[in-house]
Design a protein around this ligand. Structure first.
Ligand SMILES: [Mg+2]
Length: 357
């Protein structure tokens, strides 16, 4: 089971419509695929998303981190000795969480294949059916209302609405969406660091009347004290996203009581092995987690879904990224039925390969 080779390639897919947040606009997804191969013929697959404005990872840096640093560090290690694999990976290069996430999920894919079980069962097996929200990009009000109504017609009962612009206009956005979708649809908001702490308090207190489930990352990632200030000042639950990358971040966020919920993404955490640590710390502190993703294709969204399904402490999902693709280049992996996500019966991630090759 020794790691014999690590390879990379690229994957690209267009989106149904541009994805817009307070930080960026994206028209298509282009990611790095990572293949890890063992000397007895197992091949695991992973995917890394270059999200320059959040993780600092870009296509070339991901490829170089994997091929020039991680590959030589993990070659020859028995893949069943996962702690040794991940320790070597985490020590050979700082940061680069998306590159590490891709290698990590390829290793877990191999473990699932070796033990002949779907990955979510290997990780804990809590459930085999999960349900995602859907993202409503930040746009002019009419377009956001139209997108929200369409999403509800497609079966989604939870909208993750992007805000984080001028907070007065954000209030108008949310009011219009609530009026259009009625009282039974959950609305969670993601400000993507777009407000300053005082404005966030003002905005969230004004938004409370529209029955907001939670507000995600209201203030800049670096402003942990500001995040805590907002959390203390509002009754709507506050979730940390960009402020949380590693297990070390999680300790600080949890012990300082800076937020009510954590949003774990494999591309920030550096893979499933770190996601497990973060979720365990959160659970011990009575904090629930959401599992989200960047704009990604289906290999890494599938890995995130397996992790999310494995544990009862992940109570919310934001895994619509592959649903938002106009064309899905990946065969196998998770299946979407509107918001409902189910898994292939196959072992590991259940990815069959790329449709085009
Ligand atoms: Mg977010």
């Amino acid at each position: 089971m020794k790691i014999k080779d690590v390879r990379v390639s690229r994957i690209k897919a267009p989106l149904k419509k541009p994805f817009k947040t307070a930080l960026r606009t994206v028209d298509f997804v282009e990611d790095v695929l990572v293949y890890v191969e063992t000397d007895d013929g197992y091949i695991g697959m992973g995917e890394a998303a270059p999200t320059a404005v959040i993780t600092g990872d870009i296509l070339g840096s991901i490829e170089d981190a994997v091929m020039s640093y991680i590959r030589p560090a993990i070659l020859g290690i028995d893949v069943l000795d996962t702690d040794r694999v991940f320790l070597a990976m985490d020590r050979c290069i700082l940061h680069n969480p998306s590159a590490k996430a891709a290698v990590d999920m390829a290793v877990y894919d191999i473990l699932g294949k070796y033990y002949n079980v779907p990955l979510y069962r290997l990780l804990g097996g809590y459930t085999d059916r999960i349900r995602t929200d859907i993202t409503i990009s930040i746009n002019e009000i009419d377009e956001m209302v139209e997108d929200s109504v369409r999403a509800v017609k497609e079966g989604f009962d939870t909208l993750k609405t992007k805000v984080g612009g001028d907070y007065r206009k954000d209030i108008e956005r949310v009011k219009a969406i609530r009026d259009a979708v009625g009282p039974d649809v959950k609305i969670r908001l993601d400000a993507n660091q777009g407000w300053r702490a005082k404005d966030a308090v003002r905005a969230i207190n004004a938004l409370e009347r529209y029955d907001i489930e939670l507000v995600e990352q209201p203030v800049p990632a670096w402003d942990v004290e500001g995040l805590a200030e907002v959390t203390r000042a509002v009754s709507v639950p506050v979730m940390a996203d960009e402020a949380l990358f590693t297990p070390n971040d999680a300790i600080r966020l949890i012990s300082m009581r800076t937020c009510d919920i954590l949003n774990i993404k494999l591309m920030k955490a550096g893979g499933i092995h770190n996601a497990i640590k973060i979720n365990s710390m959160a659970e011990a502190a009575g904090i629930e987690c959401m599992v989200g993703s960047m704009m990604e294709c289906k290999v890494s969204v599938t890995a995130a879904a397996h992790f999310a399904a494995s544990t009862h402490n992940v109570t919310r999902l934001d895994l619509d990224a592959a649903y938002l693709l106009a064309e899905d280049p990946v065969a196998g992996g998770i299946r979407y039925d509107g918001p409902d996500i189910s898994f292939e019966a196959g072992p590991g991630l259940g990815i069959e390969g790329l449709k085009c090759c």
